[in-house]
Design a protein around this ligand. Structure first.
Ligand code: 6CS
Ligand code: FE
Length: 302
């Protein structure tokens, strides 16, 4: 049964128009001594809900990731696997989920200190992998990702209790202004916008191609966009953006010849592990919301 108890600070998908609720959780949980980020960088993340890291991966690492995606896309034993999600209107690959389970290359990368240490510092605890994926955004036919807060989905459908997760999004191709870069609203992470609709059974089978349930309504988006501007994450392959799980984001389609392929690594605090879904009848499968809460990397003491 959905976990619709009165104490839920982030009620969503209950019908009616979107409502803007204040965030009830901190943004930055750790301190400057807890990891590699300096005070100014942590402060900026607190204000904007994201931060850009140039050159997080080198050329060899990017090349290895792209080789792995090509291998997974054509692997005979993965044909028809639900972790490989095609575009809604073509057979081209849109997303590959659980890449850290499918590939030793991604398993190593997702546990690398250069990704994990900033997550641990910002979230103020040991962290584990909630979800990993590559979004391929192929040339000509890469479709958009409509505006959403990741936390809204993870709370509603996966049972993530509080806002204490973030995504490290790494460009595996150059992200230009023209090939469907990630769009973010700085400061939007301080507002929880309730989602429209209610969650049908096995919603993920359609939502991964085109999300319609849980997204904010247009009036709410107009207000949010007026209050916060919209900024694009652009950069070279290997650059990254670390963003809070409640930061409003989305991306346009890609009609250019240049694919826009990005790796998304989602870290959640070990103090925020999943319970029953807050607005869905049953939890989603493991490849979308992992229930293996084993911390990645060294566990901080205290
Ligand atoms: O449903 C999900 O969990 C995924 N879908 C979107 C559009 N964003 C976040 C997440 O990876
Ligand atoms: Fe998202």
């Amino acid at each position: 049964m959905p976990n619709e108890h009165a104490g839920d600070g982030y009620p969503t998908r209950r019908g009616g128009p979107s409502v803007a609720l204040p965030r009830r959780d901190p943004v930055v949980y750790g301190g400057v001594d807890d990891g590699p980020l300096d005070a100014e960088t942590m402060h900026r993340y607190g204000d904007d809900g994201f931060l850009v890291v140039r050159g997080l991966l080198d050329e060899a690492e990017v090349a290895a990731c792209r080789r792995e995606v090509r291998r997974l896309a054509t692997a005979a034993d993965l044909r028809g696997d639900e972790r490989l999600v095609p575009e809604p209107d073509s057979a081209e690959l849109r997303s590959v989920f659980a890449v850290h389970r499918l590939s030793p290359v991604f398993a190593t990368l997702c546990a690398a200190e250069k990704l994990v240490a900033p997550a641990r510092q910002l979230l103020g605890s040991a962290v584990y992998l909630h979800q990993t994926r590559v979004n391929c955004k192929p040339g000509f036919r890469g479709r958009d990702f409509y505006w959403h807060s990741d936390f809204e989905t993870w709370h509603a459908e996966d049972g993530m209790p509080r806002i204490r997760a973030l995504t490290v999004c790494v460009a595996l191709t150059d992200n230009h202004a023209h090939n469907g870069p990630l769009l973010l609203m700085p400061g939007s992470h301080r507002t929880f916008v309730t989602g429209r609709g209610s969650t049908p059974g096995a919603n993920f089978r359609t939502s991964l191609k085109d999300q319609t349930v849980g997204v904010p309504d247009e009036d709410a988006m107009r207000t949010l966009a007026a209050a916060h501007r919209i900024t694009a994450f652009t950069g070279r392959a290997g650059d990254a953006v670390v963003f809070d799980s409640n930061c409003m984001h989305g991306s346009n389609g890609n009609i250019t010849p240049d694919p826009r392929m990005n790796l998304f690594v989602v870290f959640n605090s070990v103090h925020n592990t999943l319970v029953e879904p807050f607005a869905a009848a049953a939890p989603r499968p493991e490849f979308l919301g992992s229930r293996d809460f084993t911390p990645v990397g060294p566990v901080p003491v205290g």
